[in-house]
Design a protein around this ligand. Structure first.
Ligand code: ARG
Length: 458
């Protein structure tokens, strides 16, 4: 018999039960559901809304149920619809009337809002820790590669010289923002909705603040209609996860390019690569590709939940039950992806010679060559034109700026002197880019220190 069957004269159709039930996926909220019920029962007892002795019985039985679920000794049934009714029905089976008093001054609407928030608070911390671990691997790699010259690209065309450390620190900065986005989301959602009741609170003299404190919330929600109908914390989390995945996906794309024969800037460890069923020579970056692919899945969850929520009148609507699978799937995906990606980075081999070779082709020191003429007094736009012609000459003659003779240089501008060869040396091009944010070793060290400080503060 269903807990709510009183008003009905016949049973629900079996197909309805199947569509209506959320137990198959919301059973993962069992811990939070029980913690919330324990806090609620304790408060009901303290406030004299139920007998203290009954509250004690409820709490003891809830702890037993928790232990049974953890030991795999608990059968969830579709008949109980969702985690909230499963636990409550079992409680009443175990202790009878006292169990029936637990739901006083509470609704599944504020209960589910509570469980979901409690659960996501923990998951945000887990994901945040995994992102921090990835940042610390990026720091390791960067620390070892402050002198590893590589081309930096725009339009996937070699543009200017940088170092592998500088490139890694770009991702470390993205991840730092991802972490703070998660932290912001956590701080904003850190309010306890319990006591909102079905939608307009309750007439019982409950103590919402003590329940919130017991459950580790910073505050209580300030409006009961909002308390039961708000899911923007879940949308915000999905947005944060989508942005994080967008970053990982860009990184994955670069890894895929870098381990191709065309680049060979890195080699992935065998433990993080896969082979082909037919081509014996293949070593494929499947993990990076999956990260790129799974990004679409997380975006899908974000769009899914935004769409579920967009037309809902206040307060609770059953549509909102669709929030959980979207968020669980995104959380599971990110939790699976981050540690594998981190380990893949930690074990990959960096190929400085190949990076250096790529950097020495493609005229990535052309800007520096133009800047050389500017320093000799030529306006930048004129210098730009001279170097454009010089590069054209090099391309026609299979030359590089490093290998031209001084005579050739002088044929393009009388301002060129012997020190031009210093100006186009890649080490100098990088080393002199010493502005904050730039690729010089000193500048990258400052970036490393800043991110290291961020990690230390956490
Ligand atoms: N399983 C429901 C959900 O996930 C719990 C809330 C049900 N409330 C209701 N009034 N039917 O949203």
């Amino acid at each position: 018999m269903k807990l709510w069957s009183g008003r009905f004269s016949s049973d629900t159709d079996a197909l309805v039960d199947e569509l209506n039930a959320s137990i198959t996926f919301d059973k993962r909220l069992y811990k939070e559901d029980i913690a919330g019920s324990i806090a609620h029962a304790g408060m009901l007892g303290d406030q004299g809304i139920i007998e203290k002795s009954e509250a004690g019985k409820i709490i003891a039985a809830l702890n037993d149920i928790l232990a049974d679920i953890e030991a795999g000794k608990f059968e969830f049934s579709l008949q109980d619809e969702d985690i909230h009714m499963s636990v409550e029905a079992e409680l009443t089976r175990r202790i009878g009337d006292a169990g029936k008093r637990l739901h006083t001054a509470r609704s599944r609407n504020d209960q589910v809002a509570l469980d979901f928030r409690l659960h996501l608070k923990k998951e945000i911390e887990n994901i945040r820790d995994a992102a921090l671990a990835m940042m610390s691997v990026l720091l390791d790699i960067a620390g070892k590669n402050t002198e590893t010259i590589m081309p930096a690209y725009t339009h996937l065309q070699r543009a200017q010289p940088t170092t592998f450390a500088h490139h890694m620190m770009a991702y470390a900065n993205m991840l730092r923002r991802d972490v703070t986005r998660l932290e912001d989301c956590l701080a904003r959602m850190d309010e306890c909705p319990l006591g909102s009741g079905a939608l307009t609170g309750t007439t019982y003299p409950i103590d919402r603040r003590s329940v919130a404190r017991k459950l580790g919330f910073a505050r209580i929600t300030e409006n009961s209609l909002d308390g039961v109908s708000d899911r923007d914390y879940a949308v915000e989390l999905l947005s944060g996860l989508s942005i994080l995945m967008m970053h990982l996906s860009r990184f994955a794309e670069e890894i895929i390019l870098w381990c191709s024969w065309e680049f060979k800037f890195i080699e992935l460890s065998d433990a993080y690569s896969t082979g082909s069923s037919i081509m014996p020579q293949k070593k494929n970056p499947d993990i990076a590709e999956l990260v790129r692919g799974k990004t679409g899945r997380v975006y899908g969850s974000l769009m899914g939940l935004l769409t579920v929520m967009k037309g809902l009148p206040l307060a609770y609507n059953k549509d909102m039950q669709e929030d959980k699978e979207q968020v669980f799937d995104a959380v599971d995906t990110v939790k699976k992806v981050l540690p594998v990606f981190t380990a893949m980075l930690a074990t990959m081999a960096v190929k400085p010679d190949n990076m250096r070779r790529a950097a020495s082709e493609g005229f990535i020191n052309a800007t520096d060559c133009a800047d050389y003429l500017v320093k000799k007094g030529l306006p930048f736009r004129d210098a730009y034109t001279v170097i454009g012609k010089l590069v054209h000459h090099c391309i026609d003659n299979g030359q590089t700026l490093e290998a031209l003779t001084l005579e050739t240089y002088k044929a393009f501008s009388p301002l060129f002197e012997g020190d031009v060869f210093d100006a186009v040396r890649l080490e100098n091009c990088v080393g002199l880019r010493n502005v904050p944010g730039g690729p010089s070793a000193e500048s990258v060290r400052a970036q490393l220190d800043s991110v290291a400080k961020f990690l230390k503060e956490r």
